[in-house]
Write a protein that binds this ligand. Structure first.
Ligand code: 2M8
Length: 453
């Protein structure tokens, strides 16, 4: 049963701001104080979205710090290592990735991982620009400067994703590792990951993540970690070279959620392109990416499940698992009325937010009707505030104001009751994972700024 409300939604704002302040270092924010002591890519994008409502300049800095570590290929790395982090606080560390030593495309300092994460960044840049409009003239000018500096960074990032990560020109992004999806141990990846044979040469390692959580069984399993670490070794063998990875890497999957976020981010990039008066050819390029991406999501639609499915390139088949990623077309936007109706029905069904056992009618990360569902294990079932945000934002863009308003109220009620947890048990609302997760606080600030009852 849910605990009695700890805070009223109106009191969430100062508390959320406090979490971000405490997790903040000079120019960037830790996703959580002890579990995640470095800068993570899509966390920082969500954090910037929230910070935009508190301190526009600091929000811009969050992304500038990330952009400063962009690879020469355009890739924004998934982790930027904090040299000041306590030793043995997070694994794999900078040394294990060896990015700069292996690839001349990587920045030499600070060290970064060799992967990337979903491209929420353009959406955050646009939010910073929009929120500056209600402030003074000086703030608008600073935001305009930030927009001008960010635009080429974002264009290079999206170009990387639509070329190196889509050599087939399919419209969908290929990921090399479940960590790139941001939904690490989701059952979306079970089959593709099980097919990865861990080599005996896997160097030994110690997991530090388990020291920071109340119950280690909520985190990915040791078997999963062996495979995660083995994939890292195979990327290193390819020296992080995209063409070599494409030839030999055992995990290549077209990720529909990542791709849908890219489509939505391309829409944001178009608005940024307008504001900075970018050349017409660049706008046409971005428009082409949006169109191709939406067509391709349509090709990966499963009529029976009424969801969109990831596609395993190595096995040559879709991953038929119902997870929150299946709502990708809603996030990508531009839907036909029929497809929107299908998605809303799936969302409201017992397979997701309409499940009668839920503490709050919010979509669990994996459908409770799936065999791979687990209510307490990380991305295998818990409710994640960032996915609530993505769906809320997408519902608004789809013109579904009423539903969006309801999701916003429920998401705020959940944090008012359980605090700014990393994730929540779907049936009890129990807060799980890190208790002071930055992106949970950040999306709560954005929900609050959107107003409404
Ligand atoms: C989780 O991922 C990291 C690996 O990147 C981990 O489990 O150690 C995911 O929830 C990911 O989406 C998130 O960006 C990261 C930091 O919050 O933690």
């Amino acid at each position: 049963m849910p605990q009695p409300a700890r805070e009223k939604p109106a009191e969430v704002n100062p508390l959320a701001a406090g979490v971000l302040r405490r997790n903040s270092l000079e120019s960037w924010t830790r996703p959580a104080p002890s579990l995640y002591p470095h800068q993570w890519s899509w966390d920082s994008a969500f954090i910037a979205l929230g910070l935009a409502h508190l301190d526009n300049r600091r929000a811009a800095q969050e992304l500038e710090t990330l952009f400063a570590s962009q690879w020469s290929t355009g890739k924004l790395p998934h982790v930027i290592f904090n040299p000041e982090a306590p030793p043995q606080s997070y694994f794999p560390d900078a040394e294990r990735w060896g990015s700069a030593a292996l690839s001349s495309d990587a920045p030499s300092s600070p060290h970064t991982s060799g992967l990337c994460q979903p491209p929420v960044h353009a959406i955050a840049v646009l939010r910073i620009w929009e929120s500056a409009q209600v402030k003074n003239k000086e703030r608008i000018e600073l935001a305009r400067e930030f927009l001008r500096d960010s635009y080429p960074r974002l264009l290079a990032w999206h170009l990387y994703l639509t070329t190196a990560r889509d050599p087939e020109g399919s419209g969908l992004v290929t990921i090399y590792h479940p960590w790139e999806s941001g939904t690490d141990n989701s059952p979306r990846w079970d089959e593709a990951l099980e097919a990865v044979e861990v080599g005996e040469e896997l160097p030994p390692y110690t997991r530090y993540d388990l020291q920071h959580v109340a119950d280690p069984s909520h985190r990915p399993s040791d078997e999963e970690y062996d495979r995660y670490l083995w994939l890292l070794e195979t990327l290193k063998r390819a020296r992080y070279d995209e063409a070599a990875i494409y030839e030999s890497h055992p995990f290549l999957v077209k990720d529909v959620l990542f791709s849908a976020i890219l489509i939505a981010a391309n829409e944001a990039l178009l608005e940024i392109a307008d504001a900075v008066e970018a050349p017409d050819e660049e706008r046409a390029l971005v428009e082409g990416w949006i169109e191709r991406g939406r067509e391709s999501l349509d090709e990966h639609w499963d009529e029976d499940l009424r969801l969109c499915l990831d596609y395993d390139l190595r096995a040559g088949k879709p991953a038929r698992v119902r997870t929150v990623a299946g709502f990708a077309p809603l996030i990508a936007g531009g839907l036909s009325p029929k497809r929107l109706e299908d998605l809303l029905q799936t969302l409201d069904s017992p397979a997701f937010a309409g499940n009668p056992r839920l503490a709050f009618p919010l979509p669990p990360s994996t459908s409770p009707e799936e065999a791979g569902f687990h209510p307490r294990s990380y991305w295998r079932g818990p409710v994640w505030p960032v996915t609530n945000w993505l769906l809320w934002w997408s519902l608004l863009r789809a013109g579904e104001q009423e539903r969006a308003g309801k999701m916003r109220r429920d998401a705020l009620a959940q944090v008012a009751e359980g605090g700014f947890a990393e994730y929540f048990e779907p049936f009890t609302g129990e807060p799980l994972g890190s208790p002071d997760q930055s992106w949970t606080a950040a999306v709560s600030l954005d929900f609050l700024a959107a107003g409404g009852s």
